[in-house]
Design a protein around this ligand. Structure first.
Ligand code: SF4
Ligand code: SF4
Length: 322
């Protein structure tokens, strides 16, 4: 089956082959950028870290040089292949129940799904161009992992622009998608970045309840996603009244974006099937959830990142603010 697909696809230039292969295995978009130093990002990132805006996410401080130059991360790397996969759900939670960010609705952690598909894409590329096209001795597949500035690579690969809410907005998709990266040791035709289309809009900045956003910059220490997932300390009293019924992550800045209203459409991927029954759970169901129920529902889910204790602490904070 794979060999047939490779034969069919392998009469095209490499960049077309890779993009068509990516679409054929279920990604929604694919672009390719030249692997090089991200000079402007390096200066910006240094400043952002120096200002402590990463909060307790100290892993962001490690591998600084590798984070800003993929050729140091994956020696021999010449091109960065970027894929997007839509996760916008068909249905949403009951509006007044404690809210989980939409990316975490599914039973299976998106890391697992995207990585499996990237390995499949890699296999197709190897079948077409030989095993030297990747460096198996180095990690060269990345999904939401610290050493790679995924949104910037997606932007460079012509897949969209980074909006003022700091997420990538991709024409036809909006911003509800996962980003995956595959680094390869071959040059090809590259995609041109597109112009940003935020214009004078400030809806995301205005809507953010914790004032975490300035134009194209986020103070992670103030973001509800950080506070309810990554932050291992108690959430500061300052933020408790403005958690806006969010118990795991936050989509407020994405939900108000006019480009999402125009472009976000429900995915049709069985891999992102929602935790059974979860969308109908009311506040009482969430508040009474036992550890056993949590583990049964979220055994393979991204929600495990917070863990039961933190998850229930978040729910209790929301209850106490009512
Ligand atoms: S995710 Fe929520 S808290 Fe974070 S920047 Fe967006 S609106 Fe603000
Ligand atoms: S809400 Fe407006 S400013 Fe924010 S990302 Fe969307 S278009 Fe850009």
């Amino acid at each position: 089956m794979l060999s047939t697909l490779v034969r069919v696809l392998h009469i095209q230039p490499m960049n077309h082959f890779i993009k068509n292969a990516a679409l054929s295995i279920g990604f929604d978009a694919c672009g390719i950028a030249k692997a090089e130093l991200l000079e402007e990002d390096a200066a910006y990132l240094r400043q952002w870290l120096n200002n402590g805006k990463q909060g307790e996410m100290h892993y962001l401080e490690r591998n600084f040089e590798k984070r800003t130059d993929p050729r140091l991360l994956v020696p021999g790397c010449k091109s960065v292949v970027v894929v997007l996969m839509n996760y916008y759900p068909t249905e949403h939670q009951i509006a007044d129940a404690p809210q989980i960010s939409k990316y975490a609705y599914s039973s299976i952690d998106y890391h697992t799904v995207i990585k499996e598909k990237l390995h499949l894409l890699e296999q197709l590329i190897i079948e077409a161009y030989g095993s030297d096209i990747v460096a198996p001795e180095y990690q060269h597949i990345f999904v939401d992992s610290a050493p790679v500035l995924e949104r910037r690579w997606a932007e460079r690969a012509g897949l969209g622009w980074i909006g003022k809410h700091t997420q990538l907005i991709s024409p036809g998709l909006g911003s509800y998608f996962f980003i995956g990266i595959l680094m390869i040791n071959a040059e090809t035709e590259y995609d041109a970045p597109m112009a940003e289309l935020c214009g004078k809009c400030t809806r995301c900045i205005d809507a953010c309840p914790t004032k975490a956003l300035a134009a194209r910059e986020m103070d992670a220490r103030r973001c509800i996603s950080y506070l309810t997932i990554e932050n291992k300390k108690d959430i500061s009293k300052e933020f408790i009244p403005i958690l806006s019924n969010r118990m795991y992550g936050c989509d407020i800045c994405a939900d108000v974006c006019p480009w999402n209203k125009k472009w976000a459409t429900p995915h049709n991927k069985k891999e992102f099937a929602v935790v059974p029954g979860m969308l109908q759970w009311d506040t009482e169901t969430w508040e009474k959830m036992t550890k056993e129920q949590f583990n049964a529902a979220f055994k393979f889910s991204a929600v495990q990142r917070a863990g039961y204790k933190k998850f229930m602490q978040n729910i209790n904070l929301l209850r106490n603010q009512q």
